[in-house]
Write a protein that binds this ligand. Structure first.
Ligand SMILES: *Cc1c(COP(=O)(O)O)cnc(C)c1O
Length: 379
């Protein structure tokens, strides 16, 4: 039995997928990214549950992540959201991962590997319309499409782009996103005008799913929303006012531990490394076996509270590698071995957004940081 656990509420994951799907016409496909161990939730199990909920596509960030899904008998199309290294190309083709393609040179590598393995490689053209990360320039889309079309070992299954500011309500960001979508639409049309079938057309991450619903084309790729968080808390308020019927997102992960020691200390006594926290009165301290090596970043303290038996208590002093301390005040109802909740779906504890705010980061980083020592328990 572990004292570091993450309860994964499958019911909430399914609720989020179905709620998002309900915002769209049933013909719009869903691709759920399960990269980075499904944002920390566990890739194989979340992949299985997403498919059971009717999702058509999965996405991963590395060839190894794709291979893990295939080794666990997951047979649906799996999109590789990055450019593989030369040494990974054979594994990409062998595992039947659908590759992003950004250049003719890369298309050639895939085609050569496919030929060697006596198969075809499935690809989506990735266009860089303003993210500045991976993709071909919009004006090279049609020549790349023509080249792919001429390679009998390659099969063009789709065309896509990625949006960099689809998650803010700022006017200049909205304008930038609309321009990305316009460049993308024109690039797709340049493929169609060659008489080449572009396949599945997609660009919507979670931000666009909520803020740019008219631009879903024929597939959406929401990641963080499936795991129960809006890309930022402002969108939560926006959705509540704009779509009162939207059933909302429910956090999927609940991060828990158990108190290892309770002790009383006197006024003036320091707690943890650096003596950054000193008690202002006699008080009770709980030591909890969860630390920065488990993903509880040092920068969370001060700022976060934990929930014990339904009440909140502040984490005080520096978070250590494997442990942290909470100030229980003069509460004597709490015992060693009691369950501590860091964040999760219940209203009496904080959320990953609250933790992110304390460390000036985003829920994505909080969730993907939860370490391998934390046992995932599927509820
Ligand atoms: C991770 C990723 C997504 C999902 O983004 P969210 O903001 O989590 O919805 C979509 N598309 C690409 C290309 C990605 O890398």
């Amino acid at each position: 039995m572990s004292t570091k656990t993450a309860n994964i509420y499958i019911e909430n994951f399914v609720n989020n997928i179905l709620s998002i799907r309900n915002l769209y016409h049933p013909s719009v496909k869903m691709c759920i990214p399960v990269k980075a161990q499904a944002y920390g939730h566990g890739a194989v199990r979340m992949a299985v549950e997403a498919l059971a909920a009717g999702v058509e596509y999965l996405a991963v960030a590395t060839a190894e992540e794709g291979a893990e899904l295939r080794a666990n008998n997951i047979r649906c199309p799996i999109l590789l959201l990055s450019i593989a290294g030369k040494e990974e190309i054979d594994a990409v083709v062998d595992n039947e991962l659908t590759s992003f393609v950004h250049s003719k040179e890369y298309a050639v590598l895939l085609a050569q590997s496919a030929k060697k393995q006596n198969t075809r490689a499935h690809v989506h053209i990735k266009i860089d319309t303003g993210m500045g990360r991976i993709g071909c320039p919009p004006d090279q889309t049609s020549s790349l499409a023509a080249f792919i079309d001429s390679c009998k070992e390659l099969c063009l299954d789709g065309v896509c782009t990625h949006l960099s500011v689809s998650d803010t309500l700022d006017d200049s960001d909205k304008h930038f996103t609309q321009n990305q979508i316009k460049l993308f639409t024109n690039a797709v049309n340049s493929i169609v005008s060659l008489g080449i079938e572009p396949g599945i057309i997609h660009c919507s991450n979670s931000g666009a799913v909520f803020l740019h619903p008219d631009s879903c084309f024929n597939m959406i790729r929401p990641g963080i929303a499936a795991y129960g968080y809006y890309p930022n808390p402002i969108i939560a308020q926006y959705m509540q006012s704009k779509y009162p019927d939207f059933t909302g997102l429910k956090p999927v992960m609940e991060l828990c531990s158990k108190i290892s020691q309770i002790k009383t200390i006197e006024k003036g006594q320091p707690v943890s490394y650096g003596r950054t926290w000193v008690s202002e009165s006699n008080t009770t301290i709980a030591t909890i076996p969860m630390g920065y090596a488990d993903g509880l970043h040092r920068s969370f303290s001060p700022g976060i509270c934990v929930s014990i038996n339904g009440k909140k208590y502040p984490i005080i002093g520096r978070i250590c590698m494997d442990q942290c301390m909470a100030d229980l005040g003069n509460d004597d109802s709490i015992n060693e071995g009691d369950t501590v909740i860091f964040f999760g779906p219940n209203s009496n504890c904080l959320t990953a957004d609250d933790f992110a705010a304390a460390a000036k980061t985003i829920s994505y980083e909080v969730l993907t940081s939860i370490g391998q020592r934390v046992k995932r328990i599927y509820v």
